[in-house]
Each structure stands twice: as C-alpha cells, then as structure tokens.
Design a protein around this ligand. Structure first.
Ligand SMILES: Cc1ncc(COP(=O)(O)O)c(C=O)c1O
Length: 401
C-alpha cells in the first residue's frame, strides 16, 4: 500500500534526531496564562514574551476588550456564514470603515485571516495568462495565492531593484502584470526599497500589491506602513495586511482606491467560500485600528526598544539579520538547527520566549531566533532581555563563556 506520509520522512527523522538530543520541542510550547502583551506563564514559569508580533501591545487594551465583549452580547459568538450570505454584521462594516479611515482609501474588505487576505486578492486578480512578479522571500500566503490563481510566476532576488526591473522587462508585451511586495520581511526584519520598486513597477505598467503585515501601526507617520514611510503609498494599488500582529486579534484585510474593487466580494474564493470572522473579533479590531491612528507615542517607544535591543545583542557578539534596526523584528542568526534549538531552550529556561524559525520558512537555509518587540516592553524589560540573551548564549555555547 502506498504511504502518502512517506514524503515527510526526512522531516520526521530530522525532528526525532533533534528531540533525541534532549531539547524540548520548540514548536509545541503552551502558554498556560497570558498576563499582559509582554508576559506569560510558560512551563509554570514567569516568561517575558519576545516572539508574539504583538507590536503595538493591543491585546490587553481595555477598549479593545470591551468592544469584543459588547459584540459578544449584541451579536452572539459567531456569524455561521460567509460574508456574501449571512456573515456580514454591522461590526464587519464598521471594521471596514475603520480600515478606510486608517489607510485613507475608498474601499476595504475584511477577511477571516491575514493568510486569506493575501491568498484571495492575489489569486483572484492574477489568473491564467497574467504575470506575477514577486520577491523570492515572499510569505507563504503570497506564494499560495500565486499557485491558486494559475498566473505565470516570476520571482526576483530578495529586495533587488535591478532584478525586479529585469524581470519586468521580460514580461511579454500587453500581458497584465501584478508586482507583489512586502513592507517588512518577517524573517530577517528588513525593509523593502519600496520607493524605487513601486516607481519601476508603475513605469512598466504593473499593478502593485504590498503586504504591510509587519509594518502596520508602527512604520510611517500614521502607521500605514513602509509604503507611507517611503512616500509611495498613493502609487500602491492594493495594501493587504493582518489583524494578528499590531491590531492584536485575528483576521486580515485588503484596501484600495480602485473603482472596481468591490467586485472582489463576489469573485474572491477565500472571501466567498468561508465563514466570516466572529463579530467580537472585528469589533475589537475596529477599535484597535482607530486607536492605532493615534499611536504616535507608542510608535516612538517601540523604535527605542528596537534600537536598544539591536545594539545590545550586537555588542554581545550575536550575528543579526540586519546591520541596523529596520523594524520591530530582530533576527539572531544561529549556526544550525541543533544549536538554535539549544539556544531557544536556554532562553526559555531563563524566562524569555522567542520564535525559532528554520528552513523552508527562512531564507538561505538559516536557523533564526526571531525577536519581535512590543511597544509595551519597558526599557527595563529590554535590559533584562539582553542580560538573559548573554547568559543563555554562554550556556548554549553560542557566545564564548
Ligand atoms: C508577511 C505576512 N503576510 C501574511 C501573513 C498571514 O497573516 P495571518 O497569520 O494573520 O493569517 C503573515 C503571518 O505570519 C505574514 O507574516
């Protein structure tokens, strides 16, 4: 009999080898209690959270929670339906209004997850015979959207402006083109040169979609993301993102000024053929998004945290994903998976949670300890994080003892 699982044998073996060294499974951590956006009880231990993407710390915001509770009372626990049938309640429309205000766009669509907010528009907009030109390090939701839509997919070298231009020049005359970019790339925390890339894409007649999942709320004068920060937001046709990071809940969105945008509600399969997010979730998201519009002080503090952590880890001798802090993600490069897992465990024993990331999610086969800072981390916590990294680094043999 065929065993359809046999293709996973190398991964099963790699996992078994790793666990045989005695390290805890880095991919099955349970948070027993979450105390705040920056602290939880993990394995019975008080732990600082540094791997949650909760950039703006909205998960425990009193207004965000109150809005969710009120929507539970007023609308019940779920929609039990698609947005195009029985799944659109007034909190969904209000959330879309909040997104339009936040991004200053005419149209907004809310999806059940961020993954679907990329999968849906990309697969629907670019179909057979169309071309998608995308960064090779794009998120899985973007790649899956390309596959689902059946367009011709042309990747270019990560963040390479000339490579993008070369690929655009090779697209056959008259073909429809969609350039897909991210504001912040989540593995290394580096920012895309959107100013040049958007200009080049437009010069070649392409439409541009930017995933601002890791920059929303934090980067740009109004927190609209890297496209705003680099002054090209008005040339971007579609901005997509998620509620699972700065907004502090779950869900995703796409905003645009394109006059035909609303037709997507009828033709976008990951929007039509799935249940709408619960009213409590979108009610929380709407309040969170509106509060993020006035998050200037939090943004400034988050930048301070990011700079402090980057400088602290660099001075300890860790190899980091970027030379300078570019976002709220700081990636610490590990020599290999085994030592990465040892370091991850040593940090957890110190009471510090970070994400362990490994191929194929990471670029260039890297093993990374990904740190994501929060606007609610205090300066003291950041100092403590650096101290814990030093102790764990020595224990795991990553730093000289
Ligand atoms: C760049 C990027 N896009 C999209 C997503 C999908 O968002 P969600 O996890 O909210 O579905 C993620 C989440 O990891 C992401 O990092």
């Amino acid at each position: 009999m065929t065993d359809l699982f046999s293709k996973f044998d190398p991964l099963i073996e790699q996992r078994a080898t790793l666990l045989a060294t005695g390290v805890r499974d880095p991919f099955s951590l349970v948070m027993q209690r979450v105390l705040s956006p920056t602290e939880a009880i993990c394995n019975g231990k008080h732990t600082i959270l540094l791997g949650t993407y909760n950039y703006m710390g909205m998960t425990f915001d009193a207004d965000v929670i109150a809005a969710g509770k009120a929507a539970f009372d007023d609308f019940g626990s779920g929609t039990t339906g698609s947005r195009v049938l029985n799944g659109t309640f007034s909190p969904h429309k209000d959330c879309e209004e909040a997104l339009k205000e936040f991004y200053d766009r005419k149209y907004a669509m809310v999806f059940s997850t961020g993954y679907q907010a990329l999968l849906g528009p990309i697969s629907t907009l670019a179909g057979k015979g169309d071309y998608i030109i995308l960064d090779i390090d794009s998120h899985a939701s973007i790649w899956d959207g390309c596959r689902m839509g059946d367009a011709e997919v042309v990747p270019f070298k990560h963040n390479d402006i000339e490579a993008l231009e070369k690929r655009l020049k090779r697209v056959p005359e008259g073909a429809h083109k969609l350039v897909v970019l991210e504001g912040v790339y989540s593995m290394l925390g580096d920012v895309a040169p959107l100013k040049d890339m958007v200009r080049i894409a437009k010069a070649h007649g392409a439409m541009v979609l930017v995933d601002e999942a890791h920059s929303m709320g934090f980067i740009g004068e109004h927190g609209r993301g890297v496209a705003e920060d680099q002054g090209v937001i008005d040339d971007v046709d579609f901005i997509c993102g998620t509620f699972s990071k700065s907004v502090g809940t779950v869900g995703g969105f796409c905003v645009s000024n394109h006059p035909k945008f609303e037709i997507l509600r009828l033709v976008c399969r990951p929007y039509v053929f799935t249940a709408a997010p619960p009213p409590s979730v979108v009610a929380s998201a709407a309040v969170s998004i509106r509060k993020l519009m006035h998050g200037g002080n939090k943004r400034a503090h988050l930048w301070e945290n990011s700079k402090r952590l980057h400088a602290g880890l660099k001075s300890l001798g860790f190899q980091l994903g970027t030379q300078t802090p570019q976002s709220a993600i700081i990636a610490v490069i590990m020599p290999d998976l085994e030592r990465g897992a040892m370091m991850w465990e040593a940090l957890l024993d110190e009471g510090l949670y970070v994400n362990l990331a490994r191929p194929p999610a990471t670029p260039a086969n890297m093993t990374l300890l990904r740190c994501s800072l929060c606007a609610e981390h205090s300066a003291e916590q950041v100092g403590e994080i650096i101290t814990r990294f030093e102790r764990a680094g020595k224990k795991a043999g990553i730093l000289a003892a």
